[in-house]
Ligand binder design. Structure first.
Ligand SMILES: Cc1cc2nc3c(=O)[nH]c(=O)nc-3n(C[C@H](O)[C@H](O)[C@H](O)COP(=O)(O)O)c2cc1C
Length: 215
């Protein structure tokens, strides 16, 4: 299996990318994020809200998975998941997390590191109530990331959970919103000539410090 051949057939960073003028970048990284997100939507980036979310367990072992961005507040980014999942358990014992967006159509990467805060139960319950019935049913099985015996077991339990949701649309178990409060945010704009632009924001006492990084 010569995967190198296949890799060379589809080179990375081959797009026609926008400019990123660091001199005029906002002082607040949330503003930069909002600008970049809006640009991604306008540029037709596929699934811009989907990103890699990384957690660390109590022994220091990292793990990553794709999740959806649900919202952005003045001080953090909101995601939703099940508290009993691997990531949920990781965040229970170790609040350190990282978010990585890659928007390949525009050659942009955003890296965010910080800590996660779980929302209070009341907020989670209200969010759960507004979710799609299928998402509710999946969440009601409350076994995310546990070993599954067979696909039949999944289908059987999903049917049972869907019935419970129909009976009681407010049934609620482990659905949890987490806010990621960043300590660092880095904006990477790729260039074909590899003179990439990297702007990093680091949280300081009275706001954010901006610095350029070597690509
Ligand atoms: C496009 C996409 C979006 C996803 N969004 C979420 C999400 O918002 N929340 C979530 O818990 N899992 C989401 N998942 C599933 C996760 O990638 C993962 O399989 C699941 O959360 C279990 O991860 P864990 O075992 O590391 O906790 C998504 C998967 C994909 C492919």
């Amino acid at each position: 299996m010569d995967i190198k051949k296949l890799i060379y057939k589809s080179p990375a960073l081959a797009g026609d990318y926008p400019d990123f003028k660091v001199e005029t970048a906002p002082d607040d990284p949330f503003e930069t994020f909002y600008e970049w997100f809006g640009h991604a939507v306008e540029a037709g980036v596929l699934e811009p809200s989907v990103f890699m979310f990384s957690t660390v367990d109590e022994e220091g072992a990292p793990s990553s998975r794709i999740v959806n961005l649900r919202d952005m507040e003045d001080d953090g980014f909101i995601i939703g998941s099940n508290a009993e999942s691997r990531k949920g358990q990781d965040m229970e014992s170790n609040k350190s997390v990282a978010m990585t967006f890659y928007w390949r159509e525009v050659g942009r990467q955003i890296r965010i590191t910080g800590h996660a805060e779980a929302a209070p139960e009341e907020v989670n319950r209200n969010d759960f109530i507004r979710r799609h019935p299928a998402s509710k049913a999946l969440s009601l099985t409350a076994k995310q990331s546990f070993e599954l015996g067979s696909m039949e077991e999944l289908e059987r339990e999903m049917r049972e959970a869907a019935r419970l949701v129909e009976e009681n649309p407010e049934a609620f178990k482990t659905w949890t919103l987490y806010k990621v409060v960043p300590s660092e945010m880095e904006f990477f704009q790729a260039r074909k000539d590899l003179v990439h632009t990297r702007l990093k924001y680091v949280r300081v006492d009275d706001g954010w410090e901006k610095l350029l990084l070597w690509p």
